[in-house]
Write a protein that binds this ligand. Sequence first.
Ligand code: BGC
Length: 251
Amino acid sequence: MSKAIGIDIGGTGIKGALVNTKKGVLLGERIRFDTPEGASPEEVIAKVAEIVEQLDRDKDTPIGICFPALIKDGVTLSAANVSKDWVGFKAEKLFSKALYRKVVLLNDADAAGVAEIKYGAGQERKGLVLMVTLGTGIGTALFMNGKLIPNSELGHLEIDGVDYESMASYSAKEREGLSFADWAKRLTKYFNMVDRLLSPDLIIIGGGVSKQHEEFLPLIETKIKMVPAESKNNAGIIGAAFIARRRLKPD
Ligand code: BGC
């Protein structure tokens, strides 16, 4: 069977599961730990090793890890909501060392987007498709005719002189106690800027809050077609596992 481990590292939790990469579904339970305070590389790597140990000790099982940063050639080049020690850190190499096998590291929103394009709301979609995850930050994954253009980082668009992730992420809504209607006003501003710059054919809305899409998607005033993600908050795990399987052990 085609399987791989997917791990999703975030500012608040580290989650992992074994994934059937043919079907894009979890094989068994998902394991979750709170992200250690400060999210230093050493502590995060140790937690990931613990998850892998519990999931599958077979060194032949590919591992895909997704992380909230710009990632190039296995190096984490930014650090949002995690320790600044990740900036310029050779993360892929160090994860491989700790897990005794090759791993693939990619941006968390890119991983979630891959899952949606492959198995979810983005299947068979042509043109420019943007996946946007609304969580602690705003993550984006850009696809042209199904092909990922990595590290788009459009959550950091500057609007009204501020990094707009700080205004329109789900954590901003929670922090400021915004109603869905007030949050939707900010999302309207954000998505209209995205539209002016890129004219996407479709936007897929992900992140845990996408489960409540009926509360806010209809309130966003934009002409862009928008749909909720299908795999909800396991998309990162599933996408990371899929990419790892494809790169490290193609069927
Ligand atoms: C980071 C992205 C990440 C997103 C979602 C942003 O702050 O810059 O790399 O994809 O948060 O976690």
